[in-house]
Design a protein around this ligand. Structure first.
Ligand code: ADP
Length: 774
């Protein structure tokens, strides 16, 4: 029935999301309820004030005893406060309070400051007699002093003074009264103090530190139930975690780097050379504001894995940021903190993940960034990739600058066509073309097969894949510039073999009765024939397979099914009006059949196969050139007229009609195809061609020669017609490929036609013309 009279000084709080108010009161005195007058709407009672302070000091009997008690109490209190860190303002103020306040008030104040349970606090409040109050509080003070002593001892050994501050409450709580609070809240409060400590000891920039201290000040005043509390706290935690000044030490040695690159990757000499140059310059000049490297090439040629190797050679952390399909600029730059669910962008997130400020960031698929209503992520990347600007990259979420200049950025793309020009301008493009068959075989045997074996728990003693089989997989089961499908097929083979091996082990452990009798014969039979054992054989015989399991064509068919690609080229060229062109796509080079047919009509040209405008123009150019040269080559339409379109319609088709095609490089192919149609002669079945044409019959250079040639080589073609001015591009080709192919360098269309037809396509004499009509 004893309570405290108090004066409400401040009321703070809100009704949202749930009612939560904090009351700041100043205690006045204790009182006792004599009689309850009414209970509703709020209790009203007649009370009696209990502690009249003068009453105790005015010449009381026990004054002496009390004086002793209060002196003792004062000493303990001073001892306790002096154990704390006096440089903290709150402590200094408390020290002053001890001297200035009347001694009688001290038990109440100190009880509310030191660590006590609610129960203990209530007991002190219930103690009306001052003497009793002193007696009860002294043990609490002693307990706190002992606790602190213990803490200091452990701290000395740990050199950790984080907890020094726990005994102090912030200023505002030192009031002459009591504020009840949960233990949990206290813990949270300690967390905030710890967070502040972390902020102060972290190595963040001055600007960031200022922002953080401001935020933590706000956080302390905020009730925890406010949604902003969690938001601010997350923000501060991220700020503390970011590697402002933490970096790994580069261990760069060019010779070692060369070895790592060579060990990890076969071929790709040009790329490796450029990467080594880049690393060498970095070694000589540490703070290189160098260009951003961008590897451009078809999928599966090892762009990502070279990036990983670079990180390995430098001894840096590696982080891949997939940009494919990113269409929101906040993905790069983060959301402002005012949004619900806001978070930092991928760059800052990446830095938090790796924990150092100088990782290798691989920006994968920069060509697949998209634009949308949420802004243009490519524009946001501009700042990230510009060495002049990125030392003060500002993420919207952080809202303070972060220095990205130590980060090594590498980008990858399939094509430069869809990279915004401004972004492309900041990067140095290194083309990574596809591989030849020979290179693929080497890559498979040096890297892919050992990797797959390890993945599937197999050893070379259990499975053997000869080079001819690898070649078989490359030519018949895959048609790609890179090695990713090849890798998958090898994986499929390993899985199939793993089943056999596991089954074999099982059977060896406990052989069937049936096997014991017949098995012997079968084994003998196999060794007699000395035939390599294929998967299908072992499946039929209920026997453990003989090790190593040899993967031959037979086994290949069993595991991968019938071949997916055939050498169909020659079959398709058995009638006039078909020619093979070479196309470049982001996925590597491809061969492309161009088909033409003519029919009676009104001189119209129909084009199908989803062609772009440039391609359509090429077709018109080709027809015009042929019409103007019809007489020279004795080309006639069905009715024998030199006007090729007279009463004739022409239909040109580019198969794979679902894929959009554009570009000028099909010009020579269309001319050859139409020349074949109008002359009735077959184009050689092993010739492929590429080149742009002009109205006067010149052949102009085109791009992507290496990829195109590799595609022709993959398809088993032998002769390739390319524009003369592309001759320099042939130097990039591997010697074995160059040896297997014949190149015809054409400067004009006459030369193209001569090379495309067996026996040439010479300007014909009248007699020959008559012959051909027969
Ligand atoms: P990309 O990023 O170009 O699409 P990846 O880097 O993911 O391709 O490469 C696919 C796989 O092919 C990886 O497992 C990689 O190790 C392997 N690979 C590609 N090129 C080579 C090479 N020259 N030497 C060894 N392995 C290679």
């Amino acid at each position: 029935r004893i309570g405290t009279a108090a004066l409400a000084v401040q009321v703070v709080g809100s009704n949202w999301p749930k009612p939560h108010y904090t009351l700041l009161v100043t205690g006045l005195c204790r009182f006792q309820i004599l009689q309850l007058l009414k209970e509703k709407p709020y209790p009203v009672a007649e009370v009696q004030q209990l502690d009249r302070l003068e009453q105790f000091t005015n010449g009381h009997k026990s004054e002496e005893e009390l004086g002793e008690l209060s002196e003792q109490f004062y000493k303990y209190a001073v001892q306790l406060v002096e154990m704390l860190d006096m440089s903290v303002p709150a402590v200094a103020k408390l020290r002053r309070l001890l001297d200035n306040l009347p001694r009688e008030a001290l038990p109440d104040i100190l009880t509310s400051i030191i660590r006590t349970t609610n129960q203990e606090k209530l007991q002190i409040l219930d103690a009306v007699r001052l003497e009793e109050r002193f007696k009860m509080t002294i043990p609490l003070l002693v307990r706190q002093i002992e606790g602190l002593k213990l803490l200091q001892k452990t701290r000395k050994s740990k050199q950790d003074d984080d907890k020094r501050i726990v005994a102090i409450r912030p200023n505002r709580r030192i009031t002459h009264g009591s504020i009840t609070e949960d233990e949990e809240e206290e813990e949270d409060h300690d967390d905030v103090v710890m967070l502040e400590k972390k902020i102060r000891t972290s190595s963040m920039s001055e600007q960031a530190l200022k922002v953080c201290l401001k935020e933590i000040k706000r956080l302390k005043k905020m009730p925890q139930s406010m949604p902003e509390y969690a938001l601010t706290r997350n923000y501060l935690e991220l700020m503390v975690e970011l590697p402002w000044n933490k970096s790994t030490k580069d261990r760069l040695e060019i010779r070692a780097a060369r070895i790592v690159l060579d060990n990890d990757h076969y071929a790709m000499e040009k790329l490796k050379k450029r990467v080594l140059e880049y690393l060498a310059v970095r070694q000589l000049k540490n703070n290189l504001k160098g260009p951003i490297l961008c590897f451009v090439g078809p999928p599966g040629v090892g762009k990502t894995s070279v990036g990983r190797s670079i990180a390995k050679t430098l001894g840096r952390e590696f982080h891949r940021i997939a940009l494919g399909g990113v269409c929101d600029q906040s993905d790069i730059r983060g959301h402002r903190r005012t949004y619900v669910g806001s978070m930092p962008g991928r760059i800052i997130n990446g830095l938090k993940t790796v924990g150092v400020n100088n990782p290798v960031f691989l920006l994968d698929e920069v060509d697949k960034l998209a634009k949308s209503l949420q802004g243009d992520p490519a524009a946001a990347l501009l700042e990230v990739l510009d060495p002049e600007q990125n030392h003060s990259f500002t993420d919207h979420y952080l809202n303070v600058a972060f220095d990205l200049s130590q980060v090594l950025f590498i980008a990858t793309a399939n094509t430069t066509a869809t990279i915004p020009p401004a972004l492309l301008d900041r990067m140095e493009v290194i083309q990574v073309p596809g591989y030849t068959q020979e290179e693929k075989i080497e890559i498979a045997h040096r890297h892919l097969i050992p990797k797959q074996l390890e993945l599937h728990g197999l050893t070379p003693q259990q499975i053997q894949i000869p080079q001819v089989t690898t070649l078989g997989i490359i030519t018949r089961y895959t048609r790609e510039a890179g090695v990713r499908a090849l890798d998958r097929k090898l994986g499929a083979i390993c899985r199939a073999v793993a089943v056999k091996v596991a089954e074999g082990q099982h059977k060896e452990a406990k052989p069937d009765r049936a096997e014991v009798g017949e098995g012997e014969d079968c084994k003998e039979h196999i060794t007699e024939d000395a035939k390599p054992e294929s998967i299908s054989d072992t499946a039929d015989l209920a026997l453990p397979p003989e090790m190593p399991i040899l993967i031959d064509f037979h086994a290949l068919k069993d595991i991968l099914g019938p071949p997916m690609y055939d050498m169909e080229v020659s079959e398709r060229l058995n009638q006039p009006g078909v020619a093979i062109g070479l196309a470049w796509t982001p996925l590597g080079g491809e061969i492309m059949f161009v088909e033409a047919s003519r029919m009676e009509g009104e001189g119209q040209l129909t084009l199908t196969g989803q062609l772009g405008d440039v391609m359509k123009e090429s077709a018109h150019l080709a027809i015009s050139w042929l019409r103007s040269n019809a007489k020279r080559y004795q080309l006639t339409n069905a009715s024998g007229s030199f006007d090729l379109l007279d009463n004739t319609d022409i239909h040109l088709h580019f198969p794979a009609g679902a894929v959009t095609k554009d570009g000028p490089s099909a010009g020579v192919t269309i001319v050859t195809c139409l020349a074949s149609l109008f002359s009735g002669r077959l184009v050689c079945s092993d010739v492929a061609m590429t080149g742009e044409i002009t109205l006067r019959g010149l052949v102009l250079p085109v791009g992507g020669i290496k990829d195109k040639v590799l595609a022709a080589h993959r398809a088993g073609l032998k002769r390739i017609i390319i524009p003369q001015r592309n001759e320099k591009d042939l130097e990039e080709l591997a010697a074995p490929v160059r040896q297997e192919l014949t190149f015809v360098l054409a400067a004009c269309l006459d030369e193209v036609l001569n090379a495309a037809f067996d026996g040439g396509f010479a300007v014909k004499a009248r007699l020959e013309h008559l012959n051909s009509k027969l």
